[in-house]
Write a protein that binds this ligand. Structure first.
Ligand SMILES: [Cu+2]
Length: 139
């Protein structure tokens, strides 16, 4: 009995110190009128490992298609370009926001409402999948 108690204390202290390999924070999804079938997701990916990681795709149940986009200014005009993946260097982070990289969501199955939570999966090329909760935010 004493052994199990000590083991439990040991495991608890381990988890308190363990750092996630990948942290996905400030996850938001743009809330739009129900007539809109397209929206965007923003977040910050922090790579805590000693190796670069590559975000390959996004999955979620509330829409059919997800694309990684970037904004570029061409001849003074802002344009969206599709990216196949996004590299996050070791011990660094990449922020997706409305001024640059973002996840474009097409063919929504349900309207995105402010303050509601929407689960998403971020799939990396090393086989890791990170689950995150996006919060609906009014634009
Ligand atoms: Cu876009």
């Amino acid at each position: 009995m004493k052994f199990f108690l000590m083991l439990a204390v040991f495991l608890l202290s381990m988890s308190a110190f363990a750092k996630n390999e990948i942290d996905v924070t400030n996850v938001t999804i743009k809330a739009l009128p129900p007539t809109s079938k397209v929206t965007a997701i923003y977040f910050t990916i922090q790579n805590n490992t000693n190796k670069p990681i590559t975000l390959e795709k996004i999955n979620a149940k509330f829409a059919e298609n997800f694309e990684i986009h970037d904004m570029k200014t061409e001849k003074g005009v802002m344009k969206m370009t599709k990216l196949n993946n996004v590299l996050i260097e070791e011990k660094s982070s990449v922020t997706f926001d409305k001024h640059g990289k973002h996840v474009m969501v097409f063919d929504l199955f349900e309207p995105i409402r402010a303050q509601q939570k929407y689960g998403i999966e971020l799939v990396f090329t090393n086989g890791k999948t990170v689950y995150a909760e996006a919060i609906g935010v009014n634009p």
